[in-house]
Design a protein around this ligand. Structure first.
Ligand code: 26Q
Length: 832
C-alpha cells in the first residue's frame, strides 16, 4: 500500500469503515450481484459466492490499509517469510470468522433465502502448495496476523496450483488446476511495484564513477515480476497482514521489430516464455529435480522479494544501509528460496555499492533457515553448469562465499581436508553441484528443525559438521496449526460446546483449551461431545458417499490416513492391516468385532511410480472388501480422491483414529497429526516427528504407540529379514499370500509385483514389515478401546484439551522470541 500523505485526516479512515449489520451486508451483496456482476439473486451459486466475497473483502480493506501504515512507521523491525508454497485453501469463511461476522452474514443470506454454507463451498481452493510445508506457511501467516506481528509473506502466484487428482479404474490421473479461471476476489494487483528480474547473459568487470572495480551483469534476458497482494486477517483484532505473490510477465507486450516485420506470432513468443516462469507449481517429486524452470522460479521469487524490501527501505532510509540488519529479517522456508543469500549480496554490492564485508555483515545477520526434511535424497542440489548459464553472477558470489567459508573451516580444523570436502557448498564429482542447504546454513544466523526429534537428528546427523562449527545457530521450533481454521471454522459444533464451557478466548489464546480437561469425566459433557462427533462423522460419511460411492456407518470406528502418498509414510502398512482384518472376517474370526471404516487419501507425485502403485492397491483392496457379502459392513475401505485443504476441513472433525505411522526418524514433524488431535481424534502412531511431543502432551494412556524407535530402525537395518518375519508371523503370512495370489488383482495379473517386492526386500529402507506385528497389536487395542464408549470419549476430550501446545500461535511466538525479535503492533479498537 502506498504510504498516506502526512496531514491526512485520520477520521476519514474511520468513516470509511463499513457497517457490519446483516442489513448492510445483504444490501452490499445485492448491489455487487446486480450492479457489479450483472446477475440476479437466483443466478448460479458461483456469482453469489463472488458477490459475497467482494462484500466481505470491502470490510477487510480499511484494516488492511491501516495495518500497512502501522508497519511502515519508522524503526519498525519486520520479517519476510519467503516460501515457494502457500497452501491457503478457501478464504471466504476464514475472513468471516476473523471479522466476527458469522452470525450477521448467515442472517443476511437467510433473509435473501440463500444458504451461506452452500455459497462458501463454491470457492475453489487456492492450492499453491504440495502439502505440509505449504500449509505450514499458510498457518504461520494466520498466526502472525493474530499476534499482530509485522510479517510479510512472499510467494509465487502460480497460474496452476497443485494438480487435481482423479481416480480412473483405481489409478491416479492428474488434471490441471486452473484455479484462477473465474477470477480471484482475494487478490489485488499492484503493478506500480513491479520489479525487473534478469537471467542469462555474462559478467564483466567495470570501473564505476568513483573509480572502484565492480561486476556488471550484462546481455541478460529480462522478465517482469508483478505483485498481487492477498489480505491475511487476524482474529477480531483489526490487523490485516499481507501475502505478496509474484506473477511473471514479459518486459514489453510486443517485440516491435518482429511485429512491424509482420511476424505477429513470433512477437508474442517472448511474452509466453516469460509467463512460463509462474505457470505451474512443481509437485514434490524427485523426478522433477534439477529442472531449469524450477531454479528460475526460485530466483524469480528471491530477487523480486528482496528488491521489494530494498525499495521500501530506501523510501525511509535512502541509500543508508547501516541500520538495515537491525530492522529486517528474511525467513527461508526450506532451501527453496535459498538463492536469496547470494541475491542479497549481489543487490547490495552491484546495485547499492556496498563492499563485500558490509554486504556479508548484513546478509548473514538477516537470513534464517528452516529445514523440513531428513531424507538425504530430498536435499536440494543444482548443477554448477546450470547456474553458470542461468545466473552467472550469482555463481561467482556463491564461489566467493564458499572460498571464504572453507578458509574458516581450515582454520578451525587445520589439515582435515576430508571435512573441508564434506562441508563445501560445492560438491565435487563428475557433475559439480551447489548444495543449497549448506549455502543456507552458511548464510543464516539461525537454522531450525520442525520437531524436537527432527532438530536433534539434524544437529547429530545430517548437519553435524556445521553444528560442531556453529552450535549457537541450531535450534528447534516444533510446528503447529492454526486453531482458527482447524477448530473454530472447521468444527463449529465442537467450538460452540467448548465456548459454552470455557468462554470464547481459546480461539485467540489457545493455551486456554486446557480448561476443558476438567470436564473429561462429566457425563453430561461427554454425552454432548459424543453427539457433536457423531454429527461430524455424518458429515464425513456424506462426503465419502459423494466422492467414493461407499457407505460409512457412523457407529463404526472412523480410521483415517490422509497425507501425500510416500513410502516412508507407509500407507502400505495401513493396507496390510486392512487386508488382515478382511482375512479375519473371511476366516470367521470375528468375536468382539469392532466395525471399522478406513479412509485413505492423498496425492502421489506424478513421476513416483511406487506411490501410484500404492493408490491402485488401496482402490483394488477397497473394491474387494466393500463388495464381499461376507464382510457385511464389518469393514469398509475408501480412497478419497483429490485430498486437499477443504476436504481436510470435513475429514478431521469426523475422525476417531488418526494414522501417523511413518518409519521412525523419517517424518520431520507432521502437521495433520495436530489437526486430528485438536478435533478429538486419538492417534495411533510411531515414535516419530511431532508424534512424540503429542504423546508426551496427552499421556501414553491416550495414545496408541507402536513400532521401532529411530535408533532401533538404524540398528535393525543390518539384520532386517522380511522373509523370516513372513515365515514366523501367521497373520503376516496370510496377508502376503492374499497379495501374492492375486486376490486383489484378478484380470490384472502382476500389477502389484513391485509393491510386493518392496515389502519383501531386505533392503527396504522403510522397514514396513518390521513394524507389522506391533501395529496389528496396537490396532487390536484400538478396537477394544473403541467399545468402551465412555472411556473413548474421555480420551477424545483429553486429546483436544492437551493440544494447546500445537497451535501455530505458540510456534510463531517462539520464532519471534528466538529468531525474529519483532515487537507486536496492536491496531486500535480491539473488538474481542
Ligand atoms: C522438490 C523437487 C522439485 C520441486 C519441488 C520439490 C519439493 C516441493 C515441496 C520438495 C519438498 C516439498 C515439501 C516438503 C514438505 O512438505 N515437507 C513437510 O514439511 C512439513 C512442515 O514442516 C512437515 O510437517 C513434514 O514432516 C515434512 O515432510
Amino acid at each position: 500500500m502506498p504510504s498516506v500523505p502526512t496531514g491526512c485526516n485520520e477520521e476519514l479512515f474511520e468513516a470509511a469503515r463499513l457497517s457490519s449489520d446483516s442489513g448492510a451486508i445483504a444490501r452490499d451483496f445485492q448491489r455487487y450481484l446486480t450492479q457489479h456482476l450483472g446477475r440476479f439473486i437466483g443466478c448460479v451459486p458461483l456469482y453469489q459466492y463472488e458477490a459475497l466475497a467482494l462484500t466481505i473483502r470491502d470490510r477487510v480493506m480499511t484494516d488492511w490499509r491501516n495495518t500497512w501504515r502501522r508497519y511502515d512507521e519508522p524503526g519498525v523491525r519486520r520479517a519476510y517469510y519467503l516460501s515457494l508454497e502457500f497452501l491457503i485453501g478457501r478464504s471466504l469463511g476464514n475472513h468471516i470468522l476473523n471479522l466476527g461476522l458469522d452470525h450477521e452474514t448467515a442472517e443476511a443470506m437467510h433473509r435473501l433465502a440463500l444458504n451461506l454454507e452452500e455459497i462458501m463451498s463454491e470457492e475453489v481452493d487456492a492450492g499453491l502448495g504440495n502439502g505440509g510445508l505449504g500449509r505450514l506457511a499458510a498457518c504461520f501467516m494466520d498466526s502472525c496476523a493474530c499476534l499482530q506481528l509485522p510479517v510479510i509473506g512472499y510467494g509465487i502466484r502460480y497460474q496452476y496450483g497443485m494438480f487435481r487428482q482423479e481416480i480412473e479404474n483405481g489409478f491416479q490421473v492428474e488434471e490441471p488446476d486452473h484455479w484462477l479461471r473465474d477470477g480471484n476476489p482475494w487478490e489485488l494487483e499492484r503493478p506500480e511495484f513491479k520489479n525487473l528480474i534478469r537471467f542469462g547473459g555474462r559478467v564483466e568487470g567495470v570501473t564505476d564513477s568513483q573509480g572502484k572495480r565492480r561486476s556488471a551483469w550484462v546481455d541478460t534476458t529480462d522478465v517482469l515480476a508483478i505483485p498481487y497482494d492477498v489480505p491475511i486477517s487476524g482474529h477480531k483484532n483489526h490487523t490485516v497482514n499481507t501475502l505478496r505473490l509474484w506473477s511473471a510477465s514479459a518486459t514489453s507486450d510486443f517485440n516491435l521489430d518482429d511485429f512491424n516485420a509482420g511476424s505477429y506470432a513470433e512477437a508474442l513468443e517472448a511474452k509466453t516464455n516469460a509467463e512460463h516462469i509462474t505457470m505451474v507449481l512443481y509437485p514434490n517429486d524427485v523426478s522433477e529435480n534439477g529442472k531449469e524452470l524450477r531454479l528460475k522460479q526460485q530466483y524469480f521469487l528471491a530477487s523480486a522479494s528482496l528488491q521489494d524490501v530494498l525499495r521500501m527501505w530506501e523510501l525511509s532510509a535512502g541509500r543508508d544501509y547501516r541500520d538495515f540488519k537491525a530492522q529486517n529479517v528474511f525467513h527461508l522456508n526450506d532451501t527453496h528460496p535459498t538463492i536469496a543469500v547470494a541475491e542479497l549480496m549481489r543487490l547490495l554490492m552491484d546495485e547499492k555499492g556496498l563492499d563485500w564485508g558490509q554486504a556479508w555483515d548484513i546478509t548473514s545477520h538477516c537470513m534464517a533457515y528452516t529445514n523440513h526434511t531428513l531424507l538425504p535424497e530430498a536435499l536440494e542440489k543444482w548443477p554448477v553448469a546450470l547456474f553458470e548459464s542461468l545466473l552467472p553472477r550469482l555463481l561467482q558470489i556463491i564461489f566467493e562465499i564458499n572460498a571464504r567459508f572453507l578458509r574458516l573451516v581450515a582454520m578451525k580444523w587445520p589439515g582435515q581436508t576430508q571435512r573441508q570436502r564434506r562441508m563445501s557448498i560445492i560438491e565435487e564429482g563428475d557433475t559439480k553441484q551447489v548444495r543449497m542447504a549448506y549455502l543456507a546454513i552458511v548464510g543464516s544466523f539461525s537454522v531450525n528443525g520442525v520437531a524436537a526429534l527432527h532438530s536433534r537428528l539434524l544437529s547429530g546427523g545430517l548437519f553435524r559438521d556445521f553444528y560442531e562449527l556453529w552450535p549457537e545457530k541450531f535450534n528447534n521450533k516444533t510446528n503447529g496449526v492454526t486453531p482458527r481454521r482447524w477448530v473454530a471454522y472447521a468444527n463449529p459444533g465442537m467450538s460452540a460446546l467448548i465456548t459454552e464451557k470455557i468462554g470464547p478466548d481459546w480461539v485467540h489464546d489457545y493455551a486456554k483449551i486446557a480448561a476443558i480437561a476438567k470436564h473429561a469425566e462429566d457425563a453430561g459433557f461427554k454425552q454432548r461431545w459424543h453427539e457433536v462427533k457423531q454429527a461430524n462423522k455424518q458429515r464425513l460419511a456424506d462426503m465419502v458417499r459423494h466422492y467414493c460411492q461407499v457407505e460409512f456407518d457412523t457407529e463404526a470406528l472412523f480410521d483415517v490416513q490422509v497425507k501425500r502418498i510416500h513410502e516412508y509414510k507407509r500407507q502400505l502398512l495401513n493396507v496390510l492391516h486392512a487386508i488382515h482384518l478382511y482375512d479375519r472376517i473371511k476366516r470367521g474370526d470375528i468375536g468382539h468385532w469392532t466395525r471399522r471404516c478406513i479412509l485413505i487419501g492423498g496425492k502421489a507425485a506424478p513421476g513416483y511410480r511406487m506411490a501410484k502403485n500404492i493408490i491402485k492397491l488401496i482402490n483394488n483392496v477397497a473394491e474387494v472388501v466393500n463388495n464381499d457379502p461376507q464382510v457385511n459392513g464389518l469393514l469398509k475401505l475408501a480412497f478419497i480422491p483429490n485430498y486437499g485443504v477443504s476436504k481436510m476441513e470435513v475429514i478431521c472433525p469426523g475422525t476417531d483414529l488418526s494414522e501417523q505411522i511413518s518409519t521412525a526418524g523419517k517424518e520431520a514433524s507432521g502437521t495433520g497429526n495436530m489437526k486430528f488431535m485438536m478435533n478429538g481424534a486419538i492417534t495411533i502412531g510411531t515414535y516419530d516427528g511431532a508424534n512424540i511431543e503429542i504423546m508426551e502432551a496427552v499421556g501414553e494412556g491416550n495414545y496408541f504407540l507402536f513400532g521401532l524407535h529411530a535408533e532401533e530402525v538404524d540398528r535393525e537395518r543390518a539384520s532386517y529379514d522380511p522373509a523370516r518375519l513372513i515365515g514366523q508371523d501367521e497373520d503376516l503370512g496370510r496377508v502376503m499370500h492374499l497379495l501374492r495370489c492375486g486376490h486383489f488383482s484378478t484380470f490384472e495379473s502382476n500389477i502389484f509385483d513391485e509393491v510386493i517386492g518392496s515389502l519383501e526386500n531386505p533392503r527396504d529402507p522403510w522397514l514396513t514389515l518390521a513394524d507389522f506385528r506391533s501395529y496389528i497389536d496396537a490396532q487390536e487395542q484400538v478396537s477394544r478401546a473403541y467399545q468402551k464408549r465412555e472411556r473413548w470419549v474421555a480420551m477424545s476430550i483429553s486429546n483436544t484439551a492437551c493440544s494447546g501446545y500445537f497451535s501455530t500461535d505458540r510456534t510463531i511466538s517462539e520464532y519471534n522470541k528466538g529468531i525474529w525479535k519483532l515487537q507486536t503492533r496492536p491496531l486500535d479498537q480491539p473488538s474481542r
